[in-house]
Ligand binder design. Structure first.
Ligand SMILES: *Cc1c(COP(=O)(O)O)cnc(C)c1O
Length: 213
């Protein structure tokens, strides 16, 4: 199926849930097809790839979302490229983003990434350390923390991801009012229907749009 057909099908399914279309494995003509279909919220894992694509597609009003782990030495470039940095998982990286955003008079939108499955190979802050990060970010003038992001463990039966999404929704509900959280970014191609059922209002989908799954 074409990119446009896949997009329309997913958007219909999602209703008011926001879609970040993940372009990291997409071919340039596929990205163009998506943009020509009018979808401009895109996600990338690496600062460098997003910077290149931002240049390549600069005639479109793209909002780039950073989804991969961010190193402090890339914060300078990241604040120049991304509308939202979804992968903030330490006070150190929040501070670096704040400092670089201040230099260009920007208030950088971010999400806090939680390692909800406590998987050593994955980024994200441990759930019990999240509130400390939220408190810290509230004091920083050049970042605005808009919500939470997480990846569920990659389990063969997607139904098994449900408890992880439920746990994220509980964290979100616990902190939303005090910290002004709006977005709960959960779910990828394999598990987004479960994520949406459990309360995600933002999903990040690559292969379901661009093929490969
Ligand atoms: C690659 C990636 C996605 C999209 O994955 P698909 O399975 O292709 O939909 C979503 N979120 C993050 C953090 C990713 O790295």
């Amino acid at each position: 199926m074409s990119v446009k057909t896949n997009l329309q099908k997913i958007l219909t399914e999602l209703g008011s849930v926001q879609l970040v279309a993940v372009t990291k494995y997409a071919a340039p003509e596929q990205v163009r097809e998506l943009l020509d279909a009018g979808h401009f919220v895109l996600g990338e894992n690496k600062v460098q790839s997003a910077a290149q694509k931002a240049e390549q597609y600069k005639q479109y009003p793209v909002q780039w979302h950073m989804l991969g782990h961010l190193q402090t030495n890339k914060a300078k470039q990241a604040v120049r490229v991304f509308e939202v940095i979804q992968s903030v998982d330490s006070e150190k990286i929040a501070e670096a983003i704040n400092k670089e955003a201040a230099k260009i008079n920007k208030v950088q939108k971010i999400l806090a990434q939680v390692n909800i499955g406590r998987e050593p190979q994955k980024s994200g802050i441990a759930p019990e350390l999240l509130e400390k990060l939220l408190v810290y970010c509230k004091e920083l003038k050049n970042i605005r923390l808009l919500g939470l992001m997480a990846l569920a463990p990659d389990l063969p039966d997607k139904e098994q991801t449900r408890p992880y999404f439920k746990a994220m929704k509980e964290l979100f509900d616990r902190y939303a009012a005090s910290y002004g959280l709006e977005f709960l970014s959960l779910g990828m191609s394999g598990d987004y229907p479960v994520a949406v059922q459990e309360g995600a209002n933002m999903v990040r989908i690559g292969s379901r749009i661009f093929g490969g799954e």
